[in-house]
Structures are given as structure tokens and as C-alpha cells.
Design a protein around this ligand. Structure first.
Ligand SMILES: Nc1ncnc2c1ncn2[C@@H]1O[C@H](COP(=O)(O)OP(=O)(O)OP(=O)(O)O)[C@@H](O)[C@H]1O
Ligand SMILES: [Mg+2]
Length: 215
């Protein structure tokens, strides 16, 4: 589902990713742990089709990203990729349910799933609320529901518990983790938090641009 081979990314003369190889199978959850500035978001942006200036090969859902046009990449992102960001990126003027339904507007699966997804992240019955009235942890759970709206083949999460206290962070991890497994998506989470990594099937460390197996 996700297959990276010899993936490298430089910014100027700084090597941020150095010949990274990684495969994430359908239904598998892989966490990449790394310090601030290690290149975690850079890695995730490439896999999510948001950064094309890499060397090496990146395949997502069987497609070689480098061979795709911008339009095809947009299509892939809309249909096959769900993303959870550190700072939710919820739309403030849309209700919780509308935020969840948003990816559906971009040609996703047709059936309305907002209620079901809100229920699954512990926000059942709160679909009419505006994001500003939700707590940080609730916003992030809403973002998890939204990422799953189109039944993505690939689920990407960048610091899903960033800025959350222990209790709300734990709830986000629990929901993300159970929905990731139920969905059968290939999940790639990047984080500096051990507690997030602990919920994954496999943990890798990003150090000096290289991915190392946790020892
Ligand atoms: N567009 C860019 N231009 C120049 N340098 C960049 C760019 N994007 C990222 N970098 C640099 O690449 C390095 C890795 O950044 P990245 O955002 O991937 O780190 P990170 O591991 O996600 O860190 P954090 O845990 O703080 O989010 C940083 O030193 C950053 O300054
Ligand atoms: Mg980052």
C-alpha cells in the first residue's frame, strides 16, 4: 500500500531524508519516531503527495507518485489518502458533521457516514456543534473521523496528539488506532511521542535521515 525505496529529500545542501526504504501493508500500523526537525513531516508530505521534490521511488496504493500528473495526485489524495494533522485543520464555519462530510464533496464514497464516524470517535450526537466549541482532544477526534470519511487505503497522521494532555491524547490514540485497524488501511504515523508509537504494530526511528528498526 505504501512502498518507499531509496527515498531522499534535500533542502539546499541539507540532507533530510537519506535513502529511506519502507513498506506499510494494508491493515498495518507503522509509527516513525523522531526528534523535532528529523524530517517526519517531510516524509509524510511526500507520501501524501504534497511534496514532489524527492529522489527515489514512492508508491501509494500501487501508484508511482512521480509518474502522476498534479490532477492525478489530487485525485489520489481525495480518494485514497486520509490525513490527520497536528493542528486539526478543521473549517471553523462548518459544523462537526459538515467537517466530516467535507472529503465526500471531493468525489468520495457516496453514503453519508458522518453520524457513524462521529459515534466511532466518541462524538455521537454532537454533529451540529461548531469546532470552536469543542476541546482540543475533541477537535482531533473529529479530524480522525474526517480522515476516514472516504474509506482511505492509506491513513497518515502527523503528531496526532500534538498539544493534547495525557487524557485527551490517550483518547485520540485509542480512536485512531481502533479505526485504523477496522478500516484495513495502511497507516503511517509520525510522532515524537512514545505513547503514540506504542499503539503501532511496528516502530521505526528516523535518525540522521535514515529509518532504523527500533532496538
Ligand atoms: N520547505 C522547506 N524548506 C527548507 N527547509 C525545510 C522545509 N521544510 C522542512 N525543512 C527543514 O527540514 C527539517 C525537517 O523538517 P520536518 O518538518 O520534516 O521535521 P519534523 O521531524 O516534522 O519536526 P517536528 O517534530 O518539529 O514537527 C527541518 O530542519 C526543517 O527546517
Ligand atoms: Mg513535523
Amino acid at each position: 500500500m505504501i512502498r518507499l525505496a531509496g527515498l531522499s529529500r534535500n533542502f539546499g545542501d541539507r540532507v533530510i531524508l537519506d535513502q529511506v526504504d519502507l513498506e506499510v501493508a494494508a491493515g498495518e500500523v507503522v509509527a516513525v519516531l523522531g526528534a523535532s526537525g528529523a524530517g517526519k513531516s517531510t516524509l509524510l508530505r511526500i507520501v501524501g503527495g504534497l511534496d514532489r521534490a524527492y529522489l527515489g521511488s514512492a508508491q501509494v496504493d500501487g501508484q508511482d507518485l512521480a509518474a502522476m500528473s498534479d490532477a492525478e495526485l489530487t485525485e489520489l489524495r481525495a480518494h485514497s489518502v486520509g490525513m490527520v494533522f497536528q493542528r486539526f485543520h478543521l473549517l471553523a464555519h462548518l459544523s462537526a458533521a459538515q467537517n466530516v462530510e467535507l472529503p465526500g464533496l471531493f468525489g468520495g464514497v457516496q453514503e453519508a457516514r458522518a453520524d457513524e464516524l462521529l459515534e466511532a470517535v466518541g462524538l455521537g450526537g454532537r454533529g451540529a456543534e461548531m469546532p470552536e466549541r469543542l476541546s482540543g482532544g475533541e477537535c482531533q477526534r473529529l479530524a480522525v473521523a474526517r480522515a476516514l470519511r472516504n474509506q482511505p487505503k492509506v491513513l497518515l497522521a502527523d503528531e496526532p496528539t500534538g498539544n493534547l494532555d495525557d487524557v485527551s491524547g490517550a483518547a485520540v490514540i485509542e480512536h485512531l488506532s481502533s479505526l485504523a485497524r477496522q478500516s484495513g488501511a495502511a497507516s503511517l504515523w509520525v510522532t515524537h511521542e512514545e505513547r503514540v508509537a506504542a499503539a503501532a504494530d511496528r516502530v521505526l526511528h528516523l535518525v540522521n535521515g535514515r529509518l532504523e528498526t527500533a532496538s
